[in-house]
Design a protein around this ligand. Structure first.
Ligand code: HEM
Length: 88
């Protein structure tokens, strides 16, 4: 996916709950490398992020009806790349 396009999708759709890679609702379940490795179903990879974004999980809403597959692939690339680089 396109990381730059994914950053825009993130800022418009995810940052309300995940600004700076954090999680305002479930503070342990951040988008940082170690948390994704520990908590994300399927492991820290783009496909697993796409699945969670498409379907949602608990208090996280599903975006499958609101974002295109390209948008979801791009935001997943942004999340994985930034978890690798560090959010701050
Ligand atoms: C968890 C991505 C939007 C609330 C997660 C996780 C990812 C993610 C990758 C797993 C983190 C982990 O387990 O450590 C995204 C993306 C979004 C988005 C890319 C935008 C497309 C939102 C929004 C909210 C939200 C808008 C709040 C309304 C949550 C919550 C969890 C979570 C509560 C924990 C779910 C659980 O395991 O019970 N998110 N998220 N997310 N997100 Fe989001």
């Amino acid at each position: 996916g396109d990381v730059g396009a994914g950053e825009q999708v993130f800022n418009a759709n995810c940052a309300a709950c995940h600004a700076g890679g954090q999680n305002v609702i479930m503070p342990d379940k951040t988008l940082e490398k170690a948390a994704l490795e520990q908590y994300l179903a399927g492991g820290r990879n783009e496909k697993a992020v796409m699945t969670q974004v498409t379907n949602g999980k608990n208090a996280m809403p599903a975006f499958g009806g609101r974002l295109s597959e390209d948008d979801i692939a791009n935001v997943a690339s942004y999340v994985i790349a930034t978890s690798e680089a560090g959010w701050d």
